[in-house]
Write a protein that binds this ligand. Structure first.
Ligand code: ATP
Ligand code: MG
Length: 396
C-alpha cells in the first residue's frame, strides 16, 4: 500500500475492531492501482454515522444525511461514508433517497464505472465485483450494470465517462458508448454547474482531445449551453497538434471562447450561461485579449499591463495549441521590464496631484492619472514624482 494510505490504516482497523467493515473506495483505489498520484482518500463502511461517531472522539458532520462523516485523526480528516444504495431517481438526476445498507456489494453496485467500483481493505486486499481490475488493465470505461439504466438514473454519469476518458486516457467501452449516444439528451436535465465541473475536468485531463472526441461523437455537446451548434469549431481542436494540455479552468474557458470565435462580450455571456463566477469571467476576458495579442504578435507594454502576468502566462499556454505561443522565458522578461506593474506603483497619486499639482478632484483627475500611467508603462515618461507633476501640469 502506498505511503499515503499508512496514516489512514489505523482508522480502518479501529472501525473493524468495533465489529464493522471499512474499505478504501473510489478514485483513490483506482489511481493507486494505475500508479497515479492520489489527492484524497475516501472510506466506505458498514457502520452508520452514529456508530462512527461513537467509535471516534473527533468527527465533523460533513454530509450526515448522505452518510458522510469526517473522522479527524492526528490532524488529518478522513471522509467516511456509510454503505448505501440510492433509490427513487427522478428527473434523471441524483436520487431522492439514500438508504444505508450493511453490504459492501450493494454500495459498489450503485457506483458509476467498474474502475470506480473497487474497494481496498486495510491489509491490501482488493474487492473487485465487476472486473474493474480487468478494465483498468484494458484501459476501459465501462458502466456498472446496464448502461441505459445507469444513465437514466443519473445523466451526469455520461459526462463523467468522457471526463475519465480524458483524465485517464482510457477508451469508453462500446455498450457504454452506445448507452451515452442513446441518452445524451438527458444531460439537459442536469444542473449546469455539475455538467460544468465534468467538462472542465475533461479539458484538464491527460488527453483532452480523446475526451473531446467522445464528447462530440456521443452527441453530449448538443445538450451543453452555447455548444449545440459548435461541432465544427470544436472538432478542429482535435487536429490542432496532438496531446495539448491545459493547466486551469480559466485556460479551459479561454480556449473555448477563442475556438468559438467569441468577442469579449460574447465570451462573458457564454460563461454566464455556464454559471461561472464573476472572477472567472473577468480573468478569462483578460486571457482572451492576451491570446489575440500573441496571435497577432502585438504584445505591447500596454496590453501586458492591462492583463497582468497570470493572464499572460495562461494565454501563452492556450496560444500554444495554435502555435501562436512565445517562449515563456522571453515573455516573462518582457513583462518584468514593465516600468510599473500596477497603477499603485506610480510615483504619484491623486492626492499629491491635488495638493501639489493644483488639480481638482473629479473625473478629469482620473483621466490625468490614466494618461500618466499609460505614458510610464510605455516608457515615455520616467516614473518620478517631479516628472509626473510637470506632465500633469501640462495636461490641466
Ligand atoms: P477524482 O479523482 O476526480 O476525484 P473520483 O473517482 O474520486 O475521481 P468523485 O467524483 O470524487 O470521483 O467520486 C468518488 C466516487 O464516487 C467515484 O469513484 C464513484 O465510485 C462514485 N461516484 C461519484 N459520482 C457518481 C455518480 N454520479 N454515479 C455513481 N457513482 C458515482
Ligand atoms: Mg474523488
Amino acid at each position: 500500500l502506498p505511503a499515503i494510505f499508512e496514516p489512514a490504516r489505523p482508522v480502518l482497523q479501529k472501525i473493524e475492531e468495533a465489529g464493522f467493515e471499512a474499505y478504501f473506495v473510489g478514485g483513490c483505489v483506482r489511481d493507486t492501482i494505475l500508479g497515479d498520484p492520489i489527492h484524497d482518500i475516501d472510506i466506505a463502511t458498514s457502520a452508520y454515522p452514529s456508530e462512527i461517531k461513537r467509535i471516534f472522539k473527533r468527527t465533523v458532520d460533513t454530509g450526515i444525511e448522505h452518510g458522510t462523516v469526517m473522522i479527524l485523526d492526528h490532524g488529518i480528516g478522513y471522509e467516511t461514508t456509510t454503505f448505501r444504495t440510492e433509490s427513487g431517481y427522478q428527473d434523471f438526476r441524483r436520487p431522492d433517497n439514500v438508504t444505508f445498507v450493511r453490504s459492501l456489494a450493494e454500495d459498489l453496485q450503485r457506483r458509476d464505472f467498474t474502475i470506480n467500483a473497487l474497494a481496498l481493505r486495510e491489509n491490501g486486499e482488493v474487492v473487485d465485483l465487476f472486473d474493474g481490475l480487468g478494465d483498468l488493465h484494458r484501459r476501459l470505461i465501462r458502466a456498472v450494470g446496464d448502461p441505459n439504466e445507469r444513465f437514466h438514473e443519473d445523466a451526469l454519469r455520461m459526462m463523467r465517462a468522457v471526463r475519465f476518458a480524458s483524465k485517464l486516457d482510457f477508451v469508453i467501452d462500446q455498450p457504454t458508448r452506445t448507452g451515452i449516444k442513446a441518452n445524451a439528451h438527458l444531460l439537459s436535465k442536469i444542473a449546469v454547474e455539475r455538467t460544468r465541473v465534468e467538462l472542465e475536468k475533461m479539458f484538464l485531463g491527460q488527453n483532452p482531445p480523446a475526451g473531446l472526441k467522445d464528447f462530440l461523437e456521443t452527441g453530449l455537446y448538443r445538450y451543453c449551453p452555447g455548444l449545440a451548434n459548435a461541432h465544427q469549431q470544436l472538432s478542429s481542436l482535435l487536429v490542432n497538434g496532438n496531446g495539448w494540455k491545459l493547466a486551469n479552468t480559466e485556460q479551459v474557458w479561454a480556449l473555448l471562447a477563442v475556438q468559438l470565435g467569441l468577442s469579449g462580450r460574447e465570451a462573458a455571456k457564454f460563461l454566464r450561461t455556464w454559471k461561472t463566477s464573476n472572477e472567472t469571467i473577468k480573468q478569462v476576458g483578460k486571457i482572451i485579449l492576451a491570446v489575440n495579442a500573441l496571435r497577432h504578435q502585438q504584445v505591447t507594454p500596454d496590453l501586458m499591463f492591462k492583463v497582468g502576468w497570470p493572464a499572460l502566462s495562461d494565454a501563452n499556454q492556450v496560444a500554444a495549441i495554435y502555435g501562436w505561443q512565445r517562449s515563456i522565458g522571453d515573455l516573462k522578461k518582457q513583462y518584468d521590464a514593465l516600468p510599473i506593474k500596477t497603477a499603485r506603483e506610480l510615483a504619484i497619486d491623486g492626492r499629491t496631484l491635488i495638493q501639489e499639482g493644483g488639480l481638482k478632484p473629479g473625473p478629469a483627475l482620473g483621466k490625468v492619472l490614466n494618461t500618466l500611467v499609460e505614458a510610464v508603462v510605455n516608457g515615455q515618461l520616467a516614473n518620478e514624482k517631479a516628472v509626473l507633476l510637470e506632465r500633469a501640469a501640462s495636461l490641466k
